[in-house]
Design a protein around this ligand. Structure first.
Ligand code: CA
Length: 702
């Protein structure tokens, strides 16, 4: 089994990207005043808070508060909330999008970067746009499901980033493409799952891929023409090719060995925010490549600017400041979680801050003008990788027990994080930030150089087959759980917490009706009282919820909408012990007071335990090899221990599928359904071993 074949595929063109921080183009033409009927321009976006009836951008307003001033639905009337309409979407994969609502139309995205426009009052579909990504090709290099977090709306256009790395502008009325540009080197395993961000006539977009070995960057495009205005990298490239900026040269001093051969990582896969006051762009960066310190940069240096929060000048993409949440990351602690802007009174002084509930378990409050660390505290119990933060700098004080060289260790949080991409909300009157936290997630890290990384140090997603005493120790720990946390960012402590039966819960909406809305992995969609966390209303969405709800008005009536569809890393890996989870067909649900529509979820899953469809002769050694190969190549989509979530559970494969097993896995026979071919990675014997393992799992008791 050769990892080098994969590496060759990924690095057909081994040259490191050179172009960066190009000369800034002249600023885009300002939106004409008054804005034409039907258009969303800069003035309307800047004043989005006053536009109570619409939800014009990802976090509703540029400060990302996800706080609606609407009060028709409030703590007293929410009891009368019912389903107004629902729209089934043609997918069982994860749905993560924030619907954008303007002038009675909802614009949202489904899996595979498909965009929809619906009538916001009736749910009638107005148009759909499928970017026709080469599904089996891109599915190979997407760590965490074929998701998309939504569109941006500007100048009568809807902007979407696609899994194959394109940025597409669509006519908002018809869904017809106006322009379509590639934002990546398609020979490398980049992908886009994040939303585009509008900033003063520009469209900002990042990408993902640090799990597979790429160099992170963010790009700005002219919203009207699609011309690229600037591109800024987050990690330095090969010094022999010259640095694109002083910031890159400074960063290079924090790396060792030939880091650029694996790309460095630090991808901006989520969380780009624009600050019109300072004209800054903020974002967090992902993990380095490779994940593990022992396999990267001679184990030395902070490795800037991975696992960091950065500010750039919006006009030209020049570096302004950075704050690294996890120096020399060792645990996949991306800093890509949502960023929120606010003005807070800290020690009698009003500060313009930026806040993040980071994957590493700390809630950070920084001065957003200069990146100064103001405060940081653990927002969940059970963080073991660091004991605390240096009071002056915010630099973490690592626990020796979490240090991982060649030895296996258990670390909390695990790679799922204490908080992930799921957006948080802020009630400015109560001064509380609401977020969905994962508490007590652990991971057993057992890296192995020979087994997990190829010659280019590219992570191929394979942990060592560790079977030492830590396996039993991990199994004996209390199961993790989820929480809705109301966090006071000034006092840096929880005001209240709601404990969930599931680890995973969705993004959050806060309203002036003293309400907080959030969905859970088991499909319950719930309204809580914002001031004390009392549960006031709930609805069974029929499938797990990860996405954040939004609220809006049509003809004077307030609606609440949410995408329901469980997938993402948790859904795909389907971690046992996470509590009840609900998979099924994805849908968009919209609620209003006095409404009483209902729906019957399409059947999903299996009512009987699996039974092997065929029998094969296989030795225990072959089945064991199959287990290891399954873990390396199949697990990310078909589930841990061959127990699947939204994708086909291979234990239930029919005799017909088993007869075609090699044709499917090596020959790409199911490519039209999105199943990649692995003929560059696996041999016939190895495929037979995987098949034997799947059949052995089907024969085991549930
Ligand atoms: Ca990551």
């Amino acid at each position: 089994m050769s990892a080098r074949n994969l590496s060759k595929l990924l690095f057909v063109a081994a040259a490191v990207l050179v172009a960066a921080c190009e000369s800034p183009a002249p600023p885009a033409e300002p939106a004409s005043e008054p804005e034409p009927q039907g258009s969303v321009g800069d003035a309307r976006l800047l004043d989005a808070d006053a536009d109570a009836g619409n939800w014009l951008m990802y976090g509703r307003t540029y400060d990302e508060h996800r706080f609606s001033p609407l009060t028709q639905i409030d703590e007293n009337t929410v009891d009368d909330l019912g389903l107004a309409w629902h729209r089934e979407l043609d997918t069982t994969r994860g749905l993560e999008a924030t619907p954008i609502v303007y002038d009675g139309v909802i614009y949202t995205t489904s899996s595979w970067s498909v965009v929809y426009a619906f009538d916001a009052a009736s749910g009638e579909q107005l148009w759909a746009y499928d970017p026709q990504v080469d599904r089996p090709r891109v599915a190979r290099f997407i760590c965490c499901d074929v998701v998309n977090r939504g569109v941006a709306l500007y100048d009568n256009k809807v902007y979407v980033g696609t899994l194959d790395g394109r940025l597409v502008a669509l006519d908002a009325k018809t869904g017809t493409p106006v322009w379509d540009v590639s934002t990546i080197d398609t020979s490398k395993p980049y992908a886009i799952t994040g939303y585009p961000r509008i900033a003063d006539g520009k469209v900002l977009i990042g990408n993902a891929g640090a799990e597979y070995g790429v160099r992170g960057y963010v790009s700005a495009y002219d919203a009207l023409t699609g011309d690229r205005l600037w591109r800024t990298y987050t990690v330095p490239g090969n010094p022999e090719l010259g640095f694109e900026s002083d910031a890159m040269e400074r960063a290079a001093a924090t790396w060792h060995d030939e880091w650029w051969t694996a790309g460095g990582g630090g991808t901006v896969w989520e969380g780009i925010v624009y600050d019109p006051e300072l004209d800054f762009v903020y974002f967090g960066t992902g993990n380095p490549t490779a994940w593990y310190r022992a396999l990267r940069s001679d184990e030395l240096g902070d490795n800037l600017y991975v696992a960091s929060i950065l500010a750039l000048r919006a006009s030209d993409g020049e570096y302004v400041w950075h704050f690294q949440t996890t120096p020399n990351d060792n645990w996949d602690f991306d800093a890509t979680q949502p960023l929120m802007l606010a003005d807070l009174d800290l020690d009698g002084r009003e500060r313009r801050v930026i806040m993040q509930a980071s994957k590493n378990g700390f809630f950070y409050v920084l001065d957003r003008a200069n990146g100064e660390f103001l405060s940081g505290e653990q927002f969940v119990d059970g963080v073991t990788w660091a004991t605390s933060l240096e009071p002056d700098t915010g630099r973490p004080i690592e626990s020796p027990s979490a240090f991982m060289g060649a030895e296996a260790v258990i670390v909390s949080p695990g790679p799922r994080g204490a908080h992930n991409w799921n957006p948080m909300a802020f009630n400015p009157t109560l001064g509380l930030v609401y977020l969905g936290a994962k508490v007590g997630t652990q991971s057993l890290h057992a890296p192995d150089v020979e087994w997990m990384y190829d010659a280019n140090n590219v992570n191929i997603g394979r942990d060592r087959d560790y079977d030492g005493p830590l396996v039993a120790e991990l199994a004996a720990k209390p199961p993790p759980h989820g929480e809705l946390v109301a966090w006071n960012p000034v006092a840096q402590r929880a005001q209240w917490r709601v404990t969930h039966p599931t680890v995973d819960s969705g993004g959050v909406l806060a309203t002036a009706g003293n309400l907080v809305f959030q969905g859970r992995g088991d499909g319950q969609f719930i309204a809580y009282r914002a001031s004390d966390g009392a549960k006031l209303w709930e609805f069974d969405a029929g499938t797990g919820i990860m996405a954040p709800p939004v609220t809006y008005l049509v003809d004077g009536e307030q609606y609440v909408s949410v995408m329901a569809g469980l997938g993402g890393p948790e859904g795909l890996f389907n971690v046992p012990g996470d509590g009840p989870v609900e998979f099924g067909n994805g849908r968009l649900l919209t609620f209003a007071l006095g409404a009483s529509a209902s729906f019957e979820p399409r059947p999903f899953g299996h009512s009987e335990p699996p039974t092997p469809a065929i029998t094969v002769d296989a030795t225990p050694e072959t089945i064991e090899l199959g287990r290891e190969l399954y873990g390396a190549t199949c697990r990310r989509c078909h589930g841990t221990n061959a127990v699947a979530g939204p994708l086909p559970d291979l234990r239930y494969s029919t005799a017909g599928v088993h007869q075609q097993f090699e044709a499917i896995v090596l020959g790409g026979a199911l490519a039209p359904l999105g199943m990649p071919a692995f003929d560059d990675l696996l041999t016939s014997d190895e495929v037979r071993a995987i098949q034997a393992y799947v059949l052995a799992r089907a024969a085991e008791p549930e």
